[in-house]
Design a protein. Structure first.
Length: 76
């Protein structure tokens, strides 16, 4: 059985790990959007604004909604 002092550091590591993973996802989707989104129209600018202002939620929206559409349309 774990002593109380053995579990206490895990309470700090788990939120930090989630924050780090959220930041990595956010950065990855922002770079993916800016590098691979076609420049026709305002799609690139609008998605970049969504990702920047909605942070992790915007990155998840881009990952689940736009990225598969872009890959199907443009192959990247």
């Amino acid at each position: 059985m774990l002593a109380q002092y053995d579990v206490f550091p895990l309470l700090f590591l788990f939120p930090m790990l989630l924050g780090l993973l959220g930041f990595v996802l956010w950065l990855w989707m922002l770079v993916d959007c800016l590098a691979n989104e076609p420049s026709e129209g305002n799609d690139k600018v609008i998605w970049a604004i969504v990702i920047v202002f909605l942070t992790v939620l915007g990155a998840l929206l881009y990952l689940l909604v736009r990225r598969p559409q872009r890959i199907a349309q443009h192959g990247k």
